[in-house]
Design a protein around this ligand. Sequence first.
Ligand code: C5P
Length: 232
Amino acid sequence: MGKDVIIACDFASKEATLEFLDKFTDVKPFVKIGMELFYAEGPQIVREIKARGHKIFLDLKLHDIPNTVKKSMAVLSRLDVDMTNLHAAGTVSMMQAALEGLTRPDGTRPLLIAVTQLTSTDQERMENDLLIKEPIDKVVMHYANNAKIAGLDGVVCSPLESEKVHTTCGKEFLTVTPGVRFADGDKGDQKRVMTPAEAKKIGSDYIVVGRPITAAKDPVAAYKRCCDEFIG
Ligand code: C5P
């Protein structure tokens, strides 16, 4: 499983997304499509980007009863995405059902990645709103381990957690990490960040990079710089 840079295509419309992707002529980056674009444009946007030769991480974070998630995953698998995700909070049986739904008749399937605790949830909110009293890093590792038990391929986590996830769940268990910034770049609203080179050093398998590439003066150069630092 190769290391790769995934560009977060956080655009509101198909036009803006395709205009951005048109800049990439000699390389076809792995791209992440999130809820905003998917809900605005529907599954056709996935087919269109796929037809242009990109790999796709469809970031829809499913969380429902196992039967519903299983049937929804079967739909996503037919869309031929390369990676998708769900909330580990949906329980081990929901994750197992998701894997079943995602697996195509020929046995192949997209990678399935779990979200543990969202980075917008801190200890205080977890305790007060969710009544989870354990330390948040213990909860994150427990959810990661549940994802592994269910047979998933990895988790979305902060680059700072990559090492611990690999220690807890094994080197083969994938870590997909957002919160990446160039050393000389703007942090934006991300608080705990790492450079692509640091993410490589601590063993992230995939980095998800949005604004450092999408808002760069020269997005193709920024993407290539990211790849040079992360993949080498
Ligand atoms: O622009 P930026 O590089 O901050 O984009 C990071 C991407 O990763 C966004 O699509 C954001 O929603 C996503 N993400 C994140 N932190 C998480 C989970 C996902 O930044 N914990």
